[in-house]
Design a protein around this ligand. Structure first.
Ligand SMILES: Cc1cc2nc3c(=O)[nH]c(=O)nc-3n(C[C@H](O)[C@H](O)[C@H](O)COP(=O)(O)O)c2cc1C
Length: 214
């Protein structure tokens, strides 16, 4: 296998300013639905996105999280507030999201500021999760070091017993973040690396569309 020889030619479609909605949130919705409607392998998670955060010194970290809601112009994900992302967002509430939908040869990049979602949002979403995920959230002190896999499993068994027959409470350090975009870019792969990129930046309380060089 030669990594440097790996490449694909993107031919599925093009993207022009006239093809996109003037509101990038509407355009996101259109592309998200198309991504999700395509015949998809069962393992593919359309709502998986790379989230990048940075500490105040500029050290950046990226990881995948799941988009769980889009409402009133904000993108929501849920996590542990004591994780690396949580600590970085507390100190520097700027973040970037990136979706890659290879089956459509599309990428969406989103940048903006992040706020903690309300406790009511956290509890409502937590209660909608499968019970094992709820208990898993209770077990996990996300991104802290653990001595062994067995420790996690023992803690899980203890919590299963502790909460048997009762609702699993949403941990205080667990909840959502809402990212309000100031920049959204829609990327469509094209042949010869002349990809189409239509971006929206905030301008006078509205959105200004621009075409970017590939
Ligand atoms: C497909 C996928 C989905 C994930 N979804 C989430 C998520 O929604 N929330 C979350 O906290 N971590 C999620 N993770 C785990 C994160 O990538 C990461 O390991 C964890 O949040 C700790 O990151 P941090 O301490 O850098 O913030 C997901 C990982 C993968 C691969």
């Amino acid at each position: 296998m030669s990594i440097e020889k790996m490449r694909r030619t993107y031919t599925l479609s093009g993207l022009d300013k006239k093809d996109v909605d003037p509101d990038p949130m509407v355009q996101f919705d259109v592309w998200f639905k198309q991504a999700n409607e395509s015949p998809l392998p069962e393992w593919f998670e359309v709502n998986a996105m790379t989230l990048s955060t940075a500490d105040p010194q500029g050290a950046v970290t990226s990881r995948v999280v799941l988009l769980k809601q889009v409402k009133e112009g904000e993108f929501y994900f849920f996590t542990n507030y004591d994780s690396i992302k949580g600590k970085q967002l507390a100190a520097n509430p700027q973040a970037a999201l990136c979706f890659f939908w290879p089956h459509l040869e599309r990428q969406i990049r989103i940048e903006g500021s992040v706020r903690k979602a309300s406790r009511a949002d956290a509890v409502a979403y937590f209660q909608s999760r499968p019970r094992e995920s709820q208990l898993g959230a209770l077990v996990s002190r996300q991104s802290s070091e653990v001595s062994s896999r067995e420790d996690l499993e023992t803690r899980m068994q203890e919590l299963i017993a502790e909460h048997e027959g009762s609702e699993v409470p949403c941990p205080e350090n667990w909840g959502g973040y809402a990212l309000k975009p100031t920049w959204i870019e829609f990327w469509q792969g094209r042949p010869s690396r002349l990809h189409d990129r239509i971006a929206y930046k905030q301008h006078d309380g509205g959105w200004k569309q621009v075409r970017l060089s590939p």
